[in-house]
Design a protein around this ligand. Structure first.
Ligand code: AVJ
Length: 333
């Protein structure tokens, strides 16, 4: 397994890679860049905002249906849970503590790009839930293969919560689900949480809160480039913009340049790169796709998952979908 310092330098190289999106038109940055230590903390604050319903709705669904989920997925006395984009694992705690009450052994393997988040996750879970072994993995689950620890014939329950899959374009989503399926064995489970399609009057405020926390979260990506690539963005010169793209069924976050700016940043070989931003020009920093239950089920089935069970809250804001990996050869399409 790669050492932590090796993994960190991989992340650093990826940041320079990510900055290439600023040299193209239209300017873009990948959404994962939002989650450095500061961004992770700001996102935690977002999840507690009145306007941001996904986290609390998902938490309620998890706590209401934890026993059904465990009933369906635990076929023996122990459980092996892998979580993609685990963050600080606050929601997972519900499932883990119910699991630890029912099982002799629970192994929890959180995977995230944020070292800060993983450290908090490990601490939180180990302090609060005795009997759960936490094995964190610093990895970008999109670009890097996972190293899932297997316990003999144990089935894996993979969690992909928080509608994180909504960050990806449809073709990226397909590649990601195919990749997830390849890392699982027939009989393993995937529990995926997605934000449902709804009125933009509910969606937009969730991404443009009155307290400006989402704005700070978005602007922090420039602060990160200032810190990590020695860039000199005038951050206050960029305004947070949340848009509902009805055709694509996604919320977009942008940073809109208020006045012309020239920005310098340091390239990997110490060279200075000059970027110019025109007034009104935006940097597209995130997509957050919204789903229908039939849509997500068909994407999962295309990737080789079946046996669907869906849980939805009474306002139809959010859904949890549980599927089982099936033997690709035995599939009938
Ligand atoms: C963590 C990607 C699911 O899209 O709702 C929250 C991130 N961005 N507010 C989302 C986010 C702005 C969040 N995801």
């Amino acid at each position: 397994m790669a050492s932590v310092s090796e993994m960190i330098s991989t992340v650093e190289a990826a940041i320079w890679d990510a900055a290439q999106g600023l040299m193209r038109t239209p300017k873009t940055l990948p959404a994962w860049l939002l989650y450095d230590a500061q961004g992770t903390l700001l996102f935690e604050q977002i999840t507690e905002l009145r306007e941001y319903y996904p986290t609390r709705t998902e938490r309620a669904l998890l706590s209401e249906h934890a026993d059904s989920i465990l009933e369906l997925t635990c076929k023996s006395g122990s459980l092996n849970i892998v979580e993609l984009g685990a963050g600080t694992a606050t929601k997972t705690g519900i499932l883990l503590s119910r699991a630890s009450r029912r099982m002799d052994a629970v192994l929890y393997q959180p995977v995230d790009v944020s070292l800060t988040a993983l450290a908090i996750a490990k601490q939180n879970v180990e302090d609060a839930i005795p009997g759960v072994e936490v094995v964190p993995q610093l990895a970008n689950y999109v670009t890097q293969p996972l190293e899932i620890r297997r316990v003999e014939n144990e089935r894996v329950l993979m969690l992909y919560l928080g509608s994180s899959i909504g960050n990806f374009l449809p073709w990226e989503r397909k590649a990601l689900l195919d990749n997830i399926r390849r890392q699982l064995r027939p009989g393993d489970f995937l529990l995926i949480g997605v934000d449902l399609l709804k009125d933009k009057r509910v969606l937009l405020p969730a991404y443009d809160d009155a307290d400006g926390v989402t704005a700070a979260f978005n602007q922090n990506v420039l602060a990160r480039l200032n810190r990590e690539l020695n860039a000199d963005f005038d951050i206050d010169g960029f305004a947070h913009l949340a848009r509902w793209n009805v055709g694509e069924r996604r919320i977009e976050m942008h940073l809109q340049c208020m006045r012309r700016q020239e920005v310098r940043l340091l390239g990997p070989d110490g060279e200075t790169v000059l970027l110019t931003f025109d007034p009104g020009e935006t940097i597209h920093t995130e997509n957050s796709y919204k789903f229908t239950t039939t849509g997500i089920i068909s994407e999962l089935s295309e990737a080789g998952f079946e046996g669907t069970k869906v849980w939805i809250d009474d306002k139809s804001l959010y859904s949890l979908t549980l599927v089982e990996a099936v033997d690709q050869h035995k599939r009938v399409d």
